[in-house]
Design a protein around this ligand. Structure first.
Ligand code: CP
Length: 311
């Protein structure tokens, strides 16, 4: 791992800002990090003395825990603040939070925020490197990277793969990062869902739209089911959950329409029985639980690359 200079980015704000070469470097470095995670003693001294601050202004299990573990495995000093324990609950503005972060001077700030663009604002106003851990409905770049890593472990290349993303694309930062990431790496990305949950500009991001899910699934190498984000929906985008499940829920019959070796993915948390049936979520084609440790590996790789590899 002597090619850290190849990552020219100071921040990881979105996959839209990363080149194919940079994504490839991150994915290759993540593979090396997997080897550390698989050891009985999962700790290396690489980032000893380096300081990382995490600000989670929205709920998270996987992303927060995996960033915390990534810091521990790399021996970095880590401070983690969640929404309910922060001064946000006392009405502090993002601007004031940012000014306080800047004066404390961590080397990397990881932030999840309900507003799209909040991480860009942070990056413009602090000298630390900023990693976007999910901002509103904009991007979730580390999720996109861990998803690509998971597919690469099974398919060896992304180029030419047919990736079908199904569900609530409108509210999904995961969908945006995956459309950008997979299509930039040469995959054919198709999105499917109710037209009310497909943003009108979505094809400009490099994907095709197929509203008939059964049709979209033919020849799929990867079936990526999105969480129905009921908490972000202020309007009624479909008549009932039952109707959504009937038309867009992933079940055994639908998965059988894809290639026999198709991978089934979901970013979590899952609404079992709504967008995905338990039979397939826990079935032989599911790699959903493989996505999670790959999240630790990707986040270790990003800390390593942004902090100069422990130079
Ligand atoms: N996939 C994902 O971002 O999960 P969390 O919300 O639990 O972090």
């Amino acid at each position: 791992m002597n090619d850290v200079q190849q990552l020219r980015q100071k921040h990881i704000l979105g996959l839209a800002e990363l080149s194919v070469e940079e994504m490839t470097l991150i994915l290759q470095t993540s593979e090396s990090m997997r080897e550390i995670i698989d050891r009985p003693i999962k700790q290396v001294p690489t980032l000893r003395g380096r300081q990382v601050l995490s600000l989670f202004y929205e709920s998270s299990t996987r992303t927060k825990a995996s960033f915390d573990l990534a810091c521990k495995y790399m021996s970095a000093g880590a401070v983690s603040i969640s929404k309910d324990s922060s001064s946000l609950t006392k009405g502090e503005s993002l601007r004031d939070t940012v000014r306080n972060v800047e004066i404390m001077g961590p080397e990397v700030v990881i932030m999840r925020h309900p507003s799209g663009g909040a991480c860009h604002y942070l990056a413009r106003n602090v000298s630390s490197s900023v990693i976007n851990a999910g901002d509103g409905t904009h991007e979730h770049p580390t999720q996109g990277l861990l998803d690509m890593l998971t597919v690469l472990q099974h398919k060896e290349h992304l180029d030419g793969l047919n990736v079908v993303i199904v569900g609530d694309v409108f509210h999904s930062r995961v969908a945006r990062s995956n459309i950008i990431g997979f299509s930039r790496m040469g995959a054919n990305v198709v999105v499917s869902g109710p037209s009310t949950l497909l943003p009108p500009y979505i094809e400009e991001m490099g994907c095709q739209v197929e509203s008939d899910l059964d049709h979209a699934l033919a020849e799929a190498d990867v079936v990526y089911v999105l969480r129905l984000q009921l908490e972000r929906q202020s309007a009624s985008y479909f008549p009932s959950l039952r109707e959504y499940t009937e038309l867009y829920g992933l079940n055994e019959r639908r998965l059988a329409l894809a290639k026999p070796d198709a991978l089934l993915m979901h970013p979590g948390p899952m609404n079992r029985g709504v967008e995905i049936d338990s039979d397939v979520a826990d079935g032989a084609q599911s790699v959903i639980l493989e996505q999670v440790p790959n999240g630790v590996a990707v986040r270790m790789a990003l800390l390593y690359l942004l902090l100069g590899g422990g130079e």
